[in-house]
Every structure is written in C-alpha cells, then in structure tokens.
Ligand binder design. Structure first.
Ligand SMILES: Nc1ncnc2c1ncn2[C@@H]1O[C@H](COP(=O)(O)OP(=O)(O)OP(=O)(O)O)[C@@H](O)[C@H]1O
Length: 251
C-alpha cells in the first residue's frame, strides 16, 4: 500500500517539488460502441472517442466539459479501464495497460484508481466507516490490517468533514454527506488517479461548491491526478485546467 499521509488530517500535504508527472495517459484512443445493424445487416457502430490524446498530471485537477453525448463519460470509462479502447493506448504512470489481462486490470482499479460517480453507490446496511473499511477488505486486508484500516477510515472521514457521522448509515445522511463519504472511500486505497463523473448533479448550489472545493483539496493533499466531468461551469475556475470534448474529440 502507498504511504498513508492522512494520519493527521490537519497536516498540510507534502507536495513534490519535482515536475508534474502524467499519472494517466490516453494516446490516440478511439472507442466505438456496437450500435445495432444497418439495413443490409452489416454492424453499425457509434464512435464515442476519436483519436483522443489526453493526460492528467499528479497533484492536478482537470475539468472535462462538453455537450451531452460528446464522449466525456466514455473517456472516463476508458481511463478507468472499465472499457478497452478500440484502438490506442492507456497508461498509468509508467505502465502500459493496453494489453493487461482483465484480472490485473481489476486489481489496478482497486488499488490505483478512485472512482466517484454522480450517485454514491454506498451499501445501505453499512455505516460510513464500514463503507471505507470494506474497500480495504476487498483489497485483501485482514485482522490487524483491518483495525488499521478502520483508523484510517476515521481519519479520512474527518478530512472530508464527516467525523461526527462515521457510524451513520446512508439513509441517515444528506446527499452532500453521502458524496463526502464516497470521496473518502475513493481515497482509502491512496489512488494515483481519481475519476469523477458529475459529482454534484444531485446537489444544490452550495453543496456543489463545497464538494468541488473538497475535490480540489484532496487532489492537493493526496497528489492524485484528478479528472472531473462536469456541466457546472462555475467549477471550471477551481480546476487547474479545463478541456472540452466535442463529437468524441478534445479541443
Ligand atoms: N453503451 C453504449 N452503446 C452505444 N452507444 C453508446 C454507449 N454509451 C455511449 N454511447 C454513445 O457514445 C457517445 C458518447 O457518449 P458519452 O456517454 O460518453 O457522452 P457524455 O459526453 O458523457 O454525455 P452526457 O454529458 O450526456 O453524460 C454518444 O453518442 C452516446 O450515445
């Protein structure tokens, strides 16, 4: 496991003075979905990503914007290794993931990539703390490691402003609080990359702003390469950079 620099949530991040590293790279990525058949029976496809080159650097946050259907979620899905590109390459730090077997990709997803979606898919029967500890369990932690994980979970929940609600279950939390738990959970494995799809779509303006500020803060603190798909133009100035997708291409 990577070093746990969260044990004291009040400690400022020790940010590297080294030049930014591209933690995530997509090179010439094209993604085509099967989309039924033409009248003559030949297969029809939709090109969701068209020769996309994209990278995200450690410790930075990138806003990914663009019209509906332009390919933003597809880019996140390819970056998350949930979908293999039709052509092109995906790299994580110095590793080329393009031809890794699915089992290895699943391991990487658990340990290196944090994913945050619009609706936090928290398990209804678990407390906030247990949601976080479960990720350690799924990673293989047992016995004393789980005790350590529970302490780390407490630290992370404090960091995201949820220390008073660690023993609450999802139905006892507001939408914004659930999203905070979701963010803390994504950080449990100290991911290199955080991929975030419309994290505030279900929230009001104030809560959206707070969640976006929290994403910026954890990006700095944990040195993640964070990519946030958002329709919220107010968020764009908070990001280190914004890239726009149109018709499957980046501009
Ligand atoms: N599973 C799928 N099968 C076929 N086509 C798909 C599939 N998923 C997405 N598409 C198509 O790929 C294109 C890109 O979709 P994508 O969901 O990546 O866009 P988006 O920018 O995230 O849109 P939104 O902002 O509305 O979520 C669209 O034309 C969409 O219809």
């Amino acid at each position: 496991m990577k070093s746990a620099h969260v044990t004291d949530p009040a400690t400022p991040a020790l940010r590297s003075a080294a030049p930014a590293i591209a933690a995530l790279r997509l090179e010439h990525v094209t993604l085509e979905y099967a989309d039924g058949t033409h009248e003559d029976g030949s297969p029809r496809t939709v090109r969701a990503l068209d020769t996309v080159d994209f990278s995200a650097e450690t410790g930075t946050i990138t806003a990914l914007v663009g019209p509906s259907g332009s390919g933003k979620s597809s880019l996140l899905a390819v970056a998350a290794t949930l979908i293999r590109p039709s052509t092109g390459r995906v790299g994580l730090a110095d590793r080329d993931l393009t031809h890794l077997p699915e089992k290895e990709l699943a391991r990487l997803r658990r340990s290196e990539i944090g994913m945050i979606f619009q609706q936090p898919n928290l398990l209804p029967s678990l407390t906030a703390r247990e949601q976080l500890v479960l990720t350690a369990h799924l990673r293989g932690a047992r016995g004393a490691e789980l005790k350590t994980a529970a302490a780390e979970a407490g630290d992370l929940l404090e960091l995201v402003g949820m220390s008073g609600s660690a023993d609450r279950r999802p139905h006892q939390l507001s939408g914004g609080q659930r999203q905070r738990v979701n963010i803390a959970r994504a950080l449990m494995n100290r991911p290199q990359v955080m991929l975030v799809d419309e994290p505030t779509a279900a929230l009001d303006h104030n809560r959206s702003q707070q969640i976006m500020e929290l994403l910026v803060e954890v990006t700095r603190r944990f040195d993640t390469a964070t990519v946030v798909v958002t329709h919220d133009t107010e968020f764009v100035p908070l990001a280190d950079r914004a890239v726009t997708m149109r018709d499957g291409r980046l501009s």
